[in-house]
Write a protein that binds this ligand. Sequence first.
Ligand code: ZN
Length: 153
Amino acid sequence: MCADKNHEKPNLLKSLLGNKCARCRRGSIYTTKNPYDLKNCLKMPDRCPVCGQQVEVEVGFYYGTGYVSYALSIAVCVASLIAWWLFIGFSIYDNRIFWWLGVNAVLLLILQPMLMRWSRTIWMAFFVYYDNDWHKGPPEGTGRANATFKGAM
Ligand SMILES: [Zn+2]
Protein backbone atom coordinates (compact mmCIF):
# COMPACT_ATOMS: atom_id res chain seq x y z
CA MET A 1 0.00 0.00 0.00
CA CYS A 2 2.62 2.46 1.04
CA ALA A 3 5.08 1.81 -1.73
CA ASP A 4 5.76 5.53 -1.91
CA LYS A 5 8.86 6.21 0.16
CA ASN A 6 7.40 9.52 1.26
CA HIS A 7 4.98 7.66 3.49
CA GLU A 8 7.55 5.63 5.35
CA LYS A 9 8.29 6.99 8.79
CA PRO A 10 12.07 7.30 9.21
CA ASN A 11 13.50 5.89 12.43
CA LEU A 12 13.57 8.39 15.29
CA LEU A 13 17.07 7.58 16.58
CA LYS A 14 18.53 7.64 13.08
CA SER A 15 16.97 10.98 12.30
CA LEU A 16 18.18 12.40 15.63
CA LEU A 17 21.72 11.19 15.01
CA GLY A 18 21.59 12.59 11.49
CA ASN A 19 20.29 15.97 12.77
CA LYS A 20 17.08 15.79 10.77
CA CYS A 21 14.01 17.98 11.08
CA ALA A 22 11.58 16.60 13.68
CA ARG A 23 8.50 17.09 11.51
CA CYS A 24 9.54 15.19 8.35
CA ARG A 25 12.69 13.43 9.63
CA ARG A 26 14.22 14.02 6.21
CA GLY A 27 15.45 17.57 5.91
CA SER A 28 18.69 18.56 7.59
CA ILE A 29 18.31 21.32 10.21
CA TYR A 30 21.92 22.46 9.80
CA THR A 31 23.37 24.07 6.75
CA THR A 32 26.62 22.12 7.03
CA LYS A 33 26.97 18.40 7.57
CA ASN A 34 30.38 18.77 9.18
CA PRO A 35 30.20 19.39 12.98
CA TYR A 36 33.88 20.38 13.01
CA ASP A 37 33.34 23.27 10.67
CA LEU A 38 33.25 25.31 13.87
CA LYS A 39 32.25 28.61 12.29
CA ASN A 40 29.18 27.18 10.60
CA CYS A 41 28.33 24.06 12.57
CA LEU A 42 25.38 25.67 14.37
CA LYS A 43 23.99 27.59 11.40
CA MET A 44 20.43 26.58 10.67
CA PRO A 45 18.20 27.41 7.72
CA ASP A 46 14.99 29.36 8.46
CA ARG A 47 12.90 26.47 7.32
CA CYS A 48 13.42 22.78 6.81
CA PRO A 49 14.46 22.37 3.15
CA VAL A 50 12.20 19.33 2.79
CA CYS A 51 8.91 20.10 4.57
CA GLY A 52 9.06 23.83 5.29
CA GLN A 53 8.82 23.48 9.08
CA GLN A 54 10.23 26.56 10.77
CA VAL A 55 13.52 25.45 12.31
CA GLU A 56 13.71 28.13 15.00
CA VAL A 57 10.20 27.42 16.26
CA GLU A 58 10.11 30.51 18.47
CA VAL A 59 12.51 33.35 19.13
CA GLY A 60 15.11 32.00 21.52
CA PHE A 61 13.77 28.49 21.07
CA TYR A 62 17.18 26.89 21.42
CA TYR A 63 18.11 28.42 24.78
CA GLY A 64 16.65 25.35 26.42
CA THR A 65 19.18 23.08 24.75
CA GLY A 66 21.53 23.63 27.67
CA TYR A 67 19.59 21.00 29.62
CA VAL A 68 19.88 18.47 26.82
CA SER A 69 23.54 19.25 26.30
CA TYR A 70 24.14 18.75 30.04
CA ALA A 71 22.35 15.40 30.00
CA LEU A 72 24.32 14.26 26.95
CA SER A 73 27.62 15.30 28.54
CA ILE A 74 26.77 13.36 31.72
CA ALA A 75 25.93 10.34 29.55
CA VAL A 76 29.35 10.59 27.86
CA CYS A 77 31.08 10.84 31.26
CA VAL A 78 29.23 7.80 32.60
CA ALA A 79 29.99 5.82 29.44
CA SER A 80 33.69 6.70 29.54
CA LEU A 81 33.83 5.96 33.28
CA ILE A 82 32.35 2.50 32.73
CA ALA A 83 34.65 1.84 29.76
CA TRP A 84 37.69 2.95 31.79
CA TRP A 85 36.61 0.81 34.72
CA LEU A 86 36.20 -2.27 32.50
CA PHE A 87 39.34 -1.89 30.37
CA ILE A 88 41.80 -0.07 32.64
CA GLY A 89 40.29 -0.14 36.10
CA PHE A 90 40.62 2.12 39.11
CA SER A 91 42.79 1.72 42.16
CA ILE A 92 43.47 3.75 45.27
CA TYR A 93 47.19 2.96 44.91
CA ASP A 94 47.84 4.85 41.70
CA ASN A 95 46.50 7.86 39.84
CA ARG A 96 44.50 6.11 37.15
CA ILE A 97 41.39 8.01 38.20
CA PHE A 98 43.12 11.30 37.40
CA TRP A 99 44.08 9.97 34.01
CA TRP A 100 40.44 9.15 33.46
CA LEU A 101 39.47 12.71 34.45
CA GLY A 102 41.92 14.13 31.92
CA VAL A 103 40.98 11.75 29.13
CA ASN A 104 37.30 12.34 29.81
CA ALA A 105 37.76 16.13 29.66
CA VAL A 106 39.53 15.84 26.30
CA LEU A 107 36.85 13.47 25.04
CA LEU A 108 34.10 15.93 26.01
CA LEU A 109 35.93 18.76 24.26
CA ILE A 110 36.31 16.73 21.09
CA LEU A 111 32.67 15.64 21.13
CA GLN A 112 31.33 19.10 22.02
CA PRO A 113 30.38 20.25 18.49
CA MET A 114 28.47 17.03 17.88
CA LEU A 115 26.80 17.19 21.30
CA MET A 116 25.67 20.77 20.70
CA ARG A 117 24.12 19.86 17.37
CA TRP A 118 22.41 16.78 18.77
CA SER A 119 21.09 18.84 21.70
CA ARG A 120 19.26 21.15 19.33
CA THR A 121 17.95 18.25 17.27
CA ILE A 122 16.66 16.50 20.39
CA TRP A 123 15.24 19.75 21.75
CA MET A 124 13.33 20.31 18.53
CA ALA A 125 11.97 16.75 18.67
CA PHE A 126 10.54 17.47 22.16
CA PHE A 127 8.25 20.14 20.74
CA VAL A 128 7.71 19.24 17.11
CA TYR A 129 6.29 15.83 16.31
CA TYR A 130 6.53 13.70 13.23
CA ASP A 131 3.78 14.63 10.78
CA ASN A 132 2.53 12.01 8.31
CA ASP A 133 1.30 14.81 6.07
CA TRP A 134 4.63 16.64 5.99
CA HIS A 135 4.74 16.39 2.17
CA LYS A 136 1.57 18.48 1.89
CA GLY A 137 3.63 21.54 2.71
CA PRO A 138 4.57 23.55 5.75
CA PRO A 139 2.25 23.67 8.77
CA GLU A 140 -0.58 26.20 8.72
CA GLY A 141 0.03 29.84 9.47
CA THR A 142 3.48 30.88 10.52
CA GLY A 143 4.83 27.39 10.53
CA ARG A 144 4.64 27.34 14.29
CA ALA A 145 1.29 25.61 14.40
CA ASN A 146 2.91 22.23 14.64
CA ALA A 147 4.91 23.17 17.69
CA THR A 148 3.16 22.15 20.85
CA PHE A 149 4.12 25.11 22.98
CA LYS A 150 1.54 25.91 25.60
CA GLY A 151 3.24 28.84 27.22
CA ALA A 152 5.77 26.61 28.91
CA MET A 153 8.58 29.07 28.45
ZN1 ZN B 1 11.20 18.90 7.71
